[in-house]
Design a protein around this ligand. Structure first.
Ligand SMILES: [Zn+2]
Length: 382
C-alpha cells in the first residue's frame, strides 16, 4: 500500500499538505463518527500509520528510497472495501464538504449508534488531538453552512457568518437571539464566536446602524467576536433543528414534514393521548404554561409542530390530518381557526420552543471539534 495514496497525496507533498490531508481523513474515518464500522477503523489506522511515517523526515526518506516499512498486521488485517478511486479524495475540498459528506452518510446508515469503546482505546491518537487546531473561521463557516444546508433556504435574514470577527475560533457561545445581553455574556466568557438562531439584518428592518443596533454591533466588533446566525436552516435540520429537538424533548416520533420549505414536522406521541394530558407534559418540559385552544378531552394521535412564530402554518398543519398543532406564538385569528376546524392549537412560547436547536448545534460542535461551546439562555418569558 502506497502511503501517499493512503493520504491521497502526490509524492512531492509538503509537510503542510501531509498534515492537512491527515486531518481531513482522520476526521472522516475517526471511529467516533463511524461507530461500529470496522472498515472505517481499519482505514483510520492506515491513515495514522501513513501520517506517522511521512511526517517524520527520517522515516519518510527511508520509505521514499524504497526501504518501505513492512506492512504490519494491523494494516493487513480486516481491511476491506478500500477504494480511493471512488472515495474522491480531493485536495480542494473544504472541511465543510467532507464533514457534510460524513454527516449525510451517517444519517442514512446509522439508525442506532453504538460506541466502540474497546476500539477507541487502542487507537494511537485522541480525537481532540487530531483536530485541536482546526478552528479557522472559514472552516467553521463552511462546516456550518454545509451541515445546515444553509444555501437551500429562502429566508428573512442572511444565514451563516453575519459579522466577521477574529480568524481563529476556539470558544463559542450559543444562544437563541443575538441580543445585547447575549453579546455581553459572550464577551464575559472570552468567546471567539457567537452562534444564534435569531441574528441580525432582518428583511423588514431599517438597515441603519443606530441606537440599539449600534450598541450591539459596537460591542461585538470591539471584542472581535464572529456572529453566526442560522434561522430557518436551524428550524428544519433533521437532527439538530428546533423541530427535531422538540420531538426529542417530548418523545415524539417524526413521521413527516409539512409547510413552506418543509420546515414543519408531523409525528406521533409515544402513545395515543389527549390534550389535557399533553399540555401538562409540555409545561413540565418547557418550564412554562402553554396557551391552549381546544377541548382537553380531545384525543391526540397525530401532532404537527413548528417552533417559533409559525401560527400562519395553521392550514398547512390542518392538511396533515393532525389533531393538534404546536407552535411558539398565537394570533388572534388562530383561536377562531382552532375552534372552527377542531384541530387544537398549543402556543408553547417562541423562545421556549427555539432553545433546543442552537443548544444541540453547540453540543455537536463541541463534540466534533473538541472546542468549548457554551449555551447561554438569556431568560425570556415568551
Ligand atoms: Zn424564531
Amino acid at each position: 500500500m502506497d502511503l501517499y495514496v493512503v493520504l491521497g497525496l502526490s509524492h512531492g507533498a509538503s509537510d503542510a499538505e501531509i498534515k492537512r490531508a491527515y486531518r481531513r481523513l482522520a476526521r472522516r474515518f475517526h471511529p467516533d463518527i463511524n461507530p461500529g464500522d470496522r472498515t472505517a477503523v481499519a482505514r483510520f489506522r492506515q491513515i495514522v500509520d501513513a501520517y506517522e511515517t511521512l511526517i517524520d523526515p527520517d522515516r519518510r526518506s527511508r520509505y521514499d528510497s524504497g526501504h518501505a516499512e513492512p506492512d504490519d498486521d494491523r494494516q493487513a488485517g480486516g481491511f476491506e472495501g478500500f477504494d480511493f478511486s471512488t472515495r474522491g479524495v480531493d485536495h480542494s475540498a473544504t472541511f465543510g464538504d467532507l464533514f457534510a459528506e460524513v454527516l449525510s452518510a451517517h444519517g442514512s446508515r446509522r439508525p442506532a449508534p453504538e460506541r466502540g469503546a474497546d476500539l477507541h482505546q487502542e487507537l494511537p491518537i485522541a480525537f481532540d488531538e487530531a483536530f485541536a487546531d482546526a478552528v479557522l473561521r472559514e472552516d467553521r463557516r463552511a462546516y456550518l453552512d454545509a451541515l445546515l444546508d444553509a444555501a437551500r433556504f429562502r429566508d428573512y435574514c442572511p444565514n451563516g457568518l453575519q459579522v466577521e470577527g477574529r480568524e481563529r475560533i476556539g470558544r463559542i457561545v450559543c444562544g437563541v437571539t443575538a441580543s445585547q445581553a447575549l453579546i455581553e455574556a459572550a464577551i464575559e466568557r472570552g468567546a471567539d464566536a457567537l452562534l444564534v438562531h435569531h441574528g441580525w439584518f432582518w428583511k423588514a428592518e431599517d438597515g441603519r446602524i443606530t441606537g440599539f443596533r449600534r450598541q450591539r454591533m459596537a460591542r461585538l466588533l470591539a471584542h472581535d467576536i464572529n456572529l453566526f446566525a442560522y434561522h430557518l436552516p436551524l428550524d428544519a435540520h433533521v437532527a439538530l433543528g428546533n423541530n427535531a429537538q422538540l420531538a426529542r424533548q417530548f418523545g415524539w416520533t417524526v413521521t413527516g414534514r409539512f409547510g413552506e420549505q418543509d420546515i414543519g414536522f408531523v409525528g406521533v406521541p409515544p402513545a395515543p393521548t389527549f390534550l389535557g394530558e399533553l399540555v401538562p407534559q409540555m409545561e413540565r418540559v418547557l418550564g412554562r404554561a402553554p396557551m391552549t385552544v381546544g377541548d382537553p378531552a380531545r384525543k391526540v394521535a397525530r401532532i404537527a409542530w413548528c417552533s417559533g412564530g409559525a401560527q400562519d402554518y395553521f392550514e398547512a398543519a390542518l392538511a396533515t390530518g393532525a389533531d393538534v398543532f404546536v407552535s411558539g406564538e398565537i394570533s388572534e385569528q388562530t383561536v377562531h381557526l382552532a375552534r372552527e376546524t377542531g384541530m387544537a392549537y398549543i402556543a408553547a412560547g417562541h423562545h421556549a420552543t427555539e432553545r433546543y436547536g442552537v443548544k444541540a448545534l453547540g453540543e455537536h460542535l463541541a463534540q466534533e471539534f473538541g472546542i468549548a461551546c457554551e449555551f447561554v439562555d438569556i431568560d425570556n418569558p415568551v
